[in-house]
Each structure stands twice: as structure tokens, then as C-alpha cells.
Write a protein that binds this ligand. Structure first.
Ligand code: SAH
Ligand code: MG
Length: 199
């Protein structure tokens, strides 16, 4: 992979305020992924491809990533970026709304990374649980949403997002088939390890 091009993608995204994965979050995920060496990763929320390209470093040699993005412009930019960085054989972008695409997926994934519309996290979780392999890991970024999720914050604009993020946390915590940690890195990261597989 072309590290210099990847750095350019990162800097451009930061300049344009595209919410790419934060460094400390990436470091923690990287440490876990390095041990796991996943064959298949599913990402919900590609943006310009930055996190997906970073994750390719941790795939098993024949591993690949499927990543979903609904904004046409971002898909276009992500495709260009992935080519420039030289990882186009490892990343497949699925263009469209994840709410429509997820139910059509039939493969099984070792890792699912949820990083898209916060109001949809409980739905994304249901689909992630359907698609995850036994012993797989489901990550959810931005789970603490600037701290709103753990405060009594109740501004109208973010209310639905906060309610759904809290619901996500409750569901992963109560699910007896999951072992969950909520970390205060970046904007909050939920890590849920699937204990066994229920079909
Ligand atoms: N994972 C990226 C950042 C993703 S930002 C990185 O760290 O580099 C979130 C992205 O999710 C945005 O580009 C947004 O357009 C997309 N998104 C939000 N809701 C979505 C949905 N329902 N379906 C598909 N993409 C969605
Ligand atoms: Mg994020």
C-alpha cells in the first residue's frame, strides 16, 4: 500500500471535516484486529475510504473488506482513493443505503464496524448479529457522541441519535451472547465480542 497517498487522504478528509476514525480509536481497533487477522470485515459507513484502507493492514493474506456508503460523491472519492493507495483488490464498496443493502448480504463476517447514521445503530446491530461469525467482533464508533449519551443532554436535534445510541448500548450489554466493553476513546467505541454463534 502507498502510505504517502493514505496520509494525503487522511489530511484532506480532516480539512474537509469528514468524520474519519480518530487516531486513538484506530490504534485500539488495530491492536485487536492484528490478533484476529480477519478474513472478512464489513464496514457500515465508508466516507472516503480512510478507515477501510487502514483496516487492510490487519486482514489475513486473502482477506477482504465490504464497505457500505450511500452518498454518491463520497463513493466516487473513496473509489479513487482506494485505487491511489493501491488496495482496490481488498476493498469492495457497496453503494446505497445500508438499511436496504444489509438485508441482501448473505456472507458471514469476522468483524463488523458500525460507523454511520447514529439513529440506525439498533437496526445495524440486528443485522450485524445476523451476519457475524462465531467469535466475531462488532465495533461501533461514536457510541458516546461527544458525551451526550452519558449526560442528561436532550437538545432536540440530537435527541433521536442519543436515544438510539443508548438503546444500542443497552442491547449489547444485555445480550447474553455478547461480551461488551464501552471505551471512552475518540468519540466512544463499543466493542462486542460474540461468545458463540446462535443461528
Ligand atoms: N468509516 C469512515 C467514516 C464514516 S463517516 C472512516 O472512519 O474513514 C459516516 C459515513 O456514513 C458518511 O459518509 C455517511 O454518508 C455514511 N452513512 C450514514 N448513514 C448511512 C446509511 N444509512 N447507509 C449508508 N451510508 C451511510
Ligand atoms: Mg466515526
Amino acid at each position: 500500500m502507498n502510505q504517502q497517498e493514505l496520509e494525503k487522504v487522511k489530511n484532506k478528509a480532516l480539512e474537509e471535516h469528514i468524520p474519519i476514525i480518530m487516531e486513538d480509536t484506530l490504534e485500539i481497533m488495530g491492536n485487536i484486529l492484528k490478533k484476529k487477522n480477519p478474513k472478512k470485515i464489513l464496514e457500515i459507513g465508508t466516507a472516503v475510504g480512510y478507515s477501510a484502507m487502514c483496516f487492510t493492514n490487519f486482514l489475513s493474506p486473502e482477506g477482504t473488506i465490504d464497505t457500505i456508503e450511500r452518498e454518491e460523491e463520497r463513493v466516487k472519492e473513496a473509489r479513487e482513493n482506494i485505487k491511489k493507495v493501491g488496495v482496490e483488490n481488498k476493498i469492495r464498496i457497496l453503494e446505497g443505503d445500508a438499511v436496504e443493502i444489509l438485508p441482501t448480504l448473505q456472507e458471514r463476517y469476522d468483524v463488523v464496524f458500525i460507523d454511520a447514521a447514529k439513529g440506525k445503530y439498533p437496526y445495524f446491530l440486528q443485522e450485524a448479529l445476523r451476519l457475524i461469525q462465531p467469535e466475531g467482533i462488532i465495533f461501533a464508533d461514536n457510541i458516546l457522541y461527544k458525551g451526550y449519551v452519558m449526560s442528561d443532554y436532550n437538545k432536540h436535534k440530537q435527541r433521536t441519535a442519543v436515544r438510539n445510541l443508548r438503546e444500542y448500548i443497552q442491547e449489547v450489554s444485555e445480550n447474553p451472547n455478547l461480551e461488551t466493553e464501552i471505551l471512552e476513546v475518540g468519540d466512544g467505541l463499543a466493542i462486542s465480542r460474540v461468545k458463540t454463534k446462535k443461528v
